[in-house]
Write a protein that binds this ligand. Structure first.
Ligand code: PNS
Length: 170
């Protein structure tokens, strides 16, 4: 059994993430664990549970629940990799601008634990510019995000932004 972990913030999960999940689960490993980072220092739109539940729903919709598991983790990724006994880390690579950050992260993780190797999947052509931050910005300005996220995630974003507007002080 070859296990890979696909870590990320997933705030929210996009079609770009789904592309990496599908390709990794079908071509790279027998078992894929999506590691949802729980970082109290990052200001996120969705809570840990909300992000986890949205990913789980997307995984079911993709028909991958037999081989893909979703778990949240806190602290260092290398510790999580060891804890779950994963063989590799999978990350998606979009434009050149991703490279430096990903290179730094893969190198740091490898320094922390020599057993941790990172494998990169080049983003498919139609997802080169798909990013959670872009989706959040488009949604915040009332734009159409259906090209980037599943209808369920789009609806959750609509609800979340409506709540945020209601609770925002004048
Ligand atoms: O989707 P993101 O935000 O690019 O994912 C980044 C993530 C969550 C993979 C990264 O921040 C991470 O691994 N965080 C856990 C803390 C850690 O191990 N940091 C050291 C690696 S530089």
């Amino acid at each position: 059994m070859f296990t890979a972990v696909y870590p990320g913030t997933f705030d929210p999960i996009t079609y770009g993430h789904r592309d990496v999940i599908t390709r990794a689960a079908r071509k790279i490993c027998h078992r894929l664990i999506i590691g949802v980072a729980n970082n109290p220092h990052k200001q996120l739109l969705f809570s840990d549970d909300e992000r986890l539940l949205m990913i789980e729903a997307d995984v079911v919709e993709m028909g991958l629940s037999a081989s893909v598991e979703v778990r949240s983790f806190r602290g260092l990724l290398t510790n999580f990799v060891r804890e779950i006994g994963a063989d590799i880390v999978v990350r998606g690579l979009r434009a050149v601008s991703d490279f430096e950050y990903e290179f730094q992260m893969a190198s740091a993780n490898h320094k922390l634990d020599r057993e941790v190797e990172t494998v990169f999947l080049m983003a498919s052509e139609n997802h080169h510019f798909t990013a959670s931050s872009v989706v959040r910005e488009i949604a915040a300005f009332g734009g159409d995000i259906h090209h980037f996220v599943s209808p369920m995630v789009a609806e959750k974003m609509r609800q979340k932004l409506a709540i945020n507007c209601e609770t925002r002080p004048e």
